[in-house]
Ligand binder design. Structure first.
Ligand code: AMP
Length: 387
């Protein structure tokens, strides 16, 4: 039953669908405030299950989801592809303040774009593509280059093709045809940023300072805060993220990814209704972390202060970086000392350090973000990643 506005005090039990690193970090921050956590995940000893109680079952196991609901005062999720049947049952039989509407919107690029536009916020020009003919018409209208994306299921650059010449049009369409598709005009951006907004069950909204995001091989590599954009653009980005959270009636966190053009125009690319990798910097650099903020939002507490306490560079640790990063934690690099960077290590407890798998991150607290970036080069942990 949806009971908007319920206040769940510390001591309450929170259920988390999904046992990955985001659930783990929600748990670690919430446990400090006296909340209890139960996660549902198919993998025994999941990153979240190591720090919370765990029900080990498939995500679409109705019985297991029901058991979770029985033991929890509130349910949240840490990933987007929550099984629709489970989400619907939980909404009916337990308290899921985030609801399933936001998931429904953000699981589908075209629905998401329409919702962003309805909030009065710009997105890159786009056309729905339903056939070879509509593909050709869309390319004509939007011009080259352009980007073809599947409406569902794409992440980390999967399910999309950049089309640079007329000769590439048919191949790109053939590669992705069969799925629902959307063609986007190419935004010639100066940088990519993201803003994490939070909206509570009480309707309060706060946003964190924008992070400037650098991707390598389509995976987030580095988030730089403050973003190297004019103050007015940063303010506008926070304003737009808040407008989307309000318009979508969001509860909990909403990560808003945007392109910034040379002229300081902003176009929203994607939304994620959950804690976001680009918000991990808040754990050590803000008064309130995104994880605490998420919990405050779904529990109906007043939202925390989002002020940035220090410049910070967050850098992800993939499987191939983990060993060296741990070594550098035990024995800091003397040649990096002059940079006056304080590295704060976070590791997610995943069993296998596979190449390309997110294993942890480091928040580099610094006097100036350029020193954080120099620290990354100096320590050579990310040798294969050219910034
Ligand atoms: P996405 O899967 O939508 O997050 O896109 C992955 C990456 O592709 C983005 O982070 C951008 O670097 C790039 N990209 C996606 N869409 C566009 C676009 N319309 N114009 C320019 N670059 C894009």
């Amino acid at each position: 039953m949806k009971e908007a506005g319920k206040v769940l005090k510390p001591g309450s039990t929170v259920g988390i669908l999904g046992g990955g690193q985001l659930g783990r970090m929600i748990t670690l921050s919430g446990a400090a405030m006296g909340y209890r956590f139960i996660t549902l995940d198919p993998a025994p000893d999941s990153p979240c299950g190591q720090v919370a109680n765990q029900i080990t079952a498939a995500y679409d196991d109705m019985g297991a989801a029901r058991r979770l609901a029985e033991q929890c005062d509130v349910i949240t999720y840490e990933f987007e592809n929550v099984d629709a049947g489970v989400a619907e049952m939980l909404e009916r039989e337990s308290y899921v303040p985030q609801g399933s509407k936001l998931l429904y919107t953000t699981q589908h690029r075209i629905r998401e774009k329409k919702a962003i536009e309805a909030a009065g916020v710009p997105v890159a020009p786009y056309r729905e593509v339903t056939s070879q003919e509509s593909m050709e018409a869309a390319v004509k209208e939007l011009g080259l280059p352009c980007v073809l994306k599947t409406a569902t299921g794409g992440y980390d650059g999967k399910g999309q093709r950049v089309i640079r010449s007329q000769a590439e049009v048919n191949a790109a369409y053939a590669d992705l045809a069969g799925a629902e598709l959307v063609l986007e005009g190419f935004v010639n951006f100066r940088c990519e940023i993201s803003v994490i907004a939070a909206r509570s069950t009480q309707g309060e909204i706060r946003t964190f300072p924008p992070a400037e995001n650098i991707h390598v091989n389509n995976i987030l590599h580095t988030s730089i805060v403050p973003a190297r954009i004019p103050a007015g653009v940063a303010e506008q980005a926070q304003h737009l993220a808040a407008a989307i959270a309000e318009s979508l009636d969001a509860v909990g966190l909403l990560a808003v990814e945007m392109f910034v053009t040379e002229n300081g125009e902003l176009y929203v690319n994607e939304l994620a209704p959950r804690p976001h990798n680009s918000g991990h910097y808040t754990m050590d650099a803000c008064v309130t972390s995104q994880f605490e903020q998420h919990l405050r939002a779904v529990c109906g507490l007043p939202l925390g202060d989002t002020r940035l306490l220090t410049p910070v560079v967050m850098v992800n640790l993939l499987g191939e970086h983990l060993e060296q990063a741990v070594a550098r934690t035990v024995q800091p690099d003397p040649d990096a000392e002059h940079l006056n960077v304080i590295p704060k290590l976070h590791i997610y407890g995943k069993s296998e350090a596979k190449t390309g798998r997110k294993m942890g991150h480091i928040n580099l607290l610094c006097d100036d973000v350029e020193n954080g970036l120099k620290w990354i080069e100096q320590t050579k942990i990310w040798r294969n990643h050219q910034l």
